[in-house]
Design a protein around this ligand. Structure first.
Ligand SMILES: Cc1cc2nc3c(=O)[nH]c(=O)nc-3n(C[C@H](O)[C@H](O)[C@H](O)COP(=O)(O)OP(=O)(O)OC[C@H]3O[C@@H](n4cnc5c(N)ncnc54)[C@H](O)[C@@H]3O)c2cc1C
Length: 413
């Protein structure tokens, strides 16, 4: 006769936090598939990593924050990459990273023919950036020798963010889905469904299950649970009202550049020339991430768009994507001549009062209810530290890898 497992853990959300938590729980020394059942519940009909975790930059840095999580997360990223061939599997590598400040050059929209709709002839762009500027040397502006895909004539300054070896990257979609696949190999189950509520036993105040609806139906089902991890990113307050999490929408594009470019991540400050009806220069601050496999990821600023019903309902504004393409094209020939592959948007989970993320057991709400969200712009970096801490909490009763009292849900809820 089969017996019920001792632990029934339901993780809500298959973003990087949920999938990496599933990985660490299923690789914990006290895990056994016969005594611990782990379910990852995901609302998207498209599968895992459809939110910020699949559409982020992927920077992993020793200089990220909060320090308590970074000090566990960075070495864990190194270990995971060594253990599972992260170089090939999710594009793990060290990168150069710096702030770049300069001006953008006008984009010649008719560069292919050089003839405008009204018959006017425009520059083919061969001398763009040279007009009116004195010849600049890389050493004058601090550009590293191998950072050859931004125009040095347009560069005012470049400053490295950190010494070599302190900044790395992953492809966030590949990392997240790999974590889930490795967890599934250990017996973790993936269920497609949208969680609507966490059930709590009124007399004991211990979690007892998660209610969810299957995609495309209104049938409410229940998964029994001894532990529930809320890792639903910007959607977390829809499951636990009162959780002080907000979402900020950000757009991004990926470009296949015209030639292979060196591994750098740039935080830019670009002064753009007047365009269209505007007579004023404009500022743009796209982040640009060169990736292995000849892909470049670029993201822009956030906006105040409301968090929609599910991740599948996130709207993409084509104008925001085009403005991103124009700004990055204005400083790099390789990006200007490249082809845009993806145009996308996602919601960054932010703690409304600042600080965060929120990581730990929400004992004041219910025993067995664990929160893991609000990772702002460092969720890719801090997923392993968060997941390790939660696996220790659920499997061993205490977080021992770091002192996370500052992130305790009791401080936020
Ligand atoms: C433009 C941009 C660039 C970024 N760049 C970086 C970077 O370079 N480095 C870095 O460290 N971080 C970066 N981040 C931050 C990082 O992407 C996030 O912190 C991280 O992805 C959050 O992961 P998550 O798992 O908490 O949330 P998400 O990725 O949003 O995942 C939440 C999941 O929960 C699911 N869900 C929601 N509601 C329910 C429900 N009711 N039932 C079931 N499932 C549900 C969603 O469908 C989704 O799959 C960036 C973010 C943005 C927006």
């Amino acid at each position: 006769m089969s017996t019920a497992p001792e632990r029934n853990i339901v993780i809500i959300g298959a973003g990087i936090i949920g999938c990496t938590t599933a990985y660490y729980l299923s690789h914990h020394p006290s895990y056994s598939a016969s005594t611990t059942k782990i379910t990852v519940l995901e609302a998207s009909v498209r599968g895992a990593a459809q939110g910020a975790s699949g559409k982020a930059g992927g920077l992993v840095a020793k200089w990220a924050y909060p320090k308590e999580l970074v000090s566990v997360s960075f070495p864990e990223h190194v270990r995971l990459a060594e253990q599972h061939n992260g170089v090939d599997r999710w594009g793990w590598r060290l990168v150069g990273c710096g702030t770049w400040e300069g001006r953008g050059e006008a984009i010649d929209h008719d560069a292919e023919t050089g003839v405008g709709a009204d018959g006017t002839r425009k520059s083919l762009g061969k001398t763009l950036g040279l007009e009116g500027s004195r010849e600049r040397k890389r050493s004058d502006v601090g550009l590293p020798d191998d950072l050859d895909w931004v125009n040095e004539q347009l560069t005012n300054s470049y400053s490295s963010m950190a010494p070599a070896g302190e900044t790395a990257q992953v492809h966030p979609y590949l990392f997240t889905t790999s974590m889930l696949e490795l967890a599934k190999e250990q017996g973790v189950e993936f269920v497609s469904g949208k969680a609507s509520a966490v059930e709590v036993d009124k007399s004991t105040r211990i979690v007892s299950g998660v209610k969810f609806t299957e995609p495309g139906t209104s049938n409410v089902q229940l998964i029994p649970a001894t532990h529930v991890v809320i890792a639903a990113g910007a959607w977390s307050p829809k499951i636990l009202p009162g959780l002080p999490i907000e979402g900020t929408r950000a757009h991004s594009i990926t470009i296949k550049p015209s030639e292979k470019i060196s591994p750098y991540v740039l935080f830019t400050e670009i002064t753009l020339p007047p365009s269209g009806s505007s007579k004023h220069v404009q500022q743009a601050n796209p982040e640009i991430y060169a990736r292995p496999d000849n892909e470049v990821y670029c993201c822009g600023p956030g906006d105040n768009s409301a968090v929609p019903e599910t991740v599948d309902d996130v709207l993409v504004d084509p104008k925001a994507c085009e403005s991103l393409r124009e700004s990055v094209s204005s400083i790099s020939k390789q990006l200007r001549e490249g082809a845009v592959d993806r145009r996308q948007a996602c919601f960054l989970p932010v703690v409304s009062s600042g600080g965060g993320p929120i990581v730990g057991e929400a004992r004041n709400v219910a025993k067995g209810l664990v929160i893991a969200t609000g990772h702002t712009c460092w969720g890719i970096c801090n997923a392993p530290g968060t997941a390790k801490a939660i696996s220790e909490l659920i499997m061993g009763g205490n977080i021992t890898c770091a002192d996370l009292r500052k992130l305790d849900p009791a401080r936020f809820l």
